[in-house]
Write a protein that binds this ligand. Structure first.
Ligand SMILES: *[C@@H]1O[C@H](CO)[C@@H](O)[C@H](O)[C@H]1NC(C)=O
Ligand SMILES: *[C@@H]1O[C@H](CO)[C@@H](O)[C@H](O)[C@H]1NC(C)=O
Ligand SMILES: *[C@@H]1O[C@H](CO)[C@@H](O)[C@H](O)[C@H]1NC(C)=O
Ligand SMILES: *[C@@H]1O[C@H](CO)[C@@H](O)[C@H](O)[C@H]1NC(C)=O
Ligand SMILES: *[C@@H]1O[C@H](CO)[C@@H](O)[C@H](O)[C@H]1NC(C)=O
Ligand SMILES: *[C@@H]1O[C@H](CO)[C@@H](O)[C@H](O)[C@H]1NC(C)=O
Length: 417
């Protein structure tokens, strides 16, 4: 054997460089997750949890997810809301954590399955609230499955890494009558993901009165409407805080599908945790309207979507679109973080249609398949498209935003983003 005839010192050198994993990046870290809790929203918009029996293995079949060292930026100051509304700079603490290896097809597939599980109905459960008085068995008379944000909490056996999955609201599958939070969810979706209060056309009743005529929209008015009504974001903050309360030392990953993915991203940017969002509407504008602090980089957030899905593409617009029919305007198209864009239109011949929005379409049609070449890398076929960023993207390019209603800022009526 070649190795045996090398001088001893060289053997040692080779052994140390080849086989001792560098502390910075273990060569192949795989994490196995167990389902621990479900989370949902009560009818008073509080985050509630229910425990899942330890034996329940939730469609993961004991599989593990390949992890990769990921740089994240965590705000040092706790005074986040102060910074959001009064302005000022946050100090960021840059560290490395184990995040999902988003260039590994099987890791994405498992995460998408977890995101899909967030849609599965649960039976009668004892829900509890991690509120001021954490009562362990808190029966909610109301079934929180119908709508609103809901999902699961997974953890590794040693509780060191926790995945919080969030499903979207049920707006695109209007079954079962909605429930009390749906109207409010819809209002928030329209504030965050439309250009100007969901003014899709002259016949639409808008969700806020910021329209100034002729594709002009008042910025102060928009931001004020959001500050007052942002149920969406505050639900995400509460969820994250409650999970960190249960797992104080864990490295948390946020994942989600559709609006749940957008929520996961906004929370992940706020707290500096790895995020994988599937088929999420573009949230860059929402982050700016919500005055989220901007970390030095948002690359710990990864968006995964396909080009035949009109929602992340920002093409579900106009009065006759599917989105307009269910009463939402999702008009934004610029995502934060890194993007893995599956060109299913070119590679698979899919046509742009809302049926390609469902997480099942992504699991079965895209991620389960290892026979599609999504591009080339070093002469080899890619099973996952390359990571890109949408930095030359412009949202709402036909709109002008300005401070039209503030006399002392007159002349600021120009396009501000
Ligand atoms: C959990 O979330 C609720 C809101 O749903 C919040 O009032 C409570 O303070 C949170 N608990 C902890 C420990 O963060
Ligand atoms: C929690 O339990 C205590 C007593 O066990 C009770 O007084 C309190 O009302 C309960 N809180 C909620 C929110 O149900
Ligand atoms: C929420 O659900 C509880 C329990 O079913 C019910 O008593 C209460 O009236 C509901 N509140 C609202 C605002 O619907
Ligand atoms: C992990 O957290 C759960 C609570 O969800 C706790 O019951 C369990 O003892 C913890 N396990 C370890 C190894 O810390
Ligand atoms: C790479 O993809 C092309 C199609 O783009 C296919 O013809 C070829 O067989 C693939 N090569 C390998 C090694 O899978
Ligand atoms: C108008 O803009 C000025 C300067 O930014 C600001 O101080 C003031 O509060 C604004 N007035 C209103 C009514 O929003």
């Amino acid at each position: 054997m070649l190795f045996d005839i090398l001088p001893r010192a060289l053997q040692l050198l080779l052994a140390s460089s080849l086989w001792s994993p560098s502390p910075q990046s273990p060569p192949d870290t795989r994490l196995r997750f167990e389902l621990r809790h479900e989370h949902a929203l009560s009818n008073t918009s509080r985050v509630v949890f229910s425990d899942v029996a330890p034996s329940a293995d939730f469609a993961l079949g004991g599989s593990s997810i390949r992890a990769k060292r990921t740089t994240v930026h965590k705000p040092v100051s706790q005074a986040l809301s102060g910074v959001r509304f009064r302005g000022g700079d946050l100090t960021w603490d840059t560290t490395e954590v184990d995040g999902p290896d988003v260039q590994d097809r099987e890791a994405l597939l498992l995460l998408a399955k977890i995101a899909n599980n967030a849609y599965t109905a649960s039976g009668a459960k004892d829900w509890y609230d991690i509120g001021p008085d954490w009562n362990n068995s808190y029966p909610f008379g109301w079934e929180p499955d119908a709508d609103g944000f809901r999902g699961h909490v997974f953890a590794t056996p040693d509780n060191s890494t926790v995945i919080v999955s969030v499903k979207g609201t049920s707006i695109f599958w209007p079954v079962g009558g909605g429930g009390p939070t749906q109207r409010k969810d819809k209002l928030n979706d329209n504030l965050l993901f439309s250009c100007c209060c969901a003014r899709v056309g002259p016949t639409w009743s808008t969700v806020c009165g910021c329209y100034e005529g002729g594709y002009k929209c008042d910025q102060d008015c928009l931001e004020k409407s959001l500050a007052e009504e942002s149920l969406f974001y505050s639900v995400g903050i509460n969820l994250y805080n409650n999970v960190t309360y249960m797992y104080p030392n864990a490295n948390i990953w946020m994942i989600g599908h559709s609006l749940g993915g957008a929520l996961a991203s906004l929370v992940g940017i706020t707290f500096g945790v790895p995020v994988v969002a599937f088929e999420a509407p573009a949230e860059r504008l929402a982050a700016s309207r919500l005055h989220l602090p901007s970390p030095p980089s948002t690359h710990h957030v990864t968006h995964v979507y396909n080009t035949a899905d009109p929602i992340p593409m920002g093409t579900c617009t106009g009065v006759s679109s599917t989105c307009a029919i269910v009463g939402v305007a999702l008009e934004t198209r610029c995502h934060l973080g890194q993007v893995i864009r599956y060109d299913t239109v070119t590679k698979l011949g899919w046509s742009a249609n809302i049926i390609h929005h469902g997480i099942q379409a992504v699991v079965d049609g895209v991620l389960s398949r290892d026979d599609i070449n999504w591009g080339e890398k070093d002469g080899e076929n890619r099973t996952v498209p390359a990571l890109t960023i949408e930095d030359d993207c412009v949202d709402c390019f036909n709109w002008e935003f300005g401070y039209y209603r503030n006399v002392s800022r007159a002349g600021c009526g120009n396009r501000i983003y």
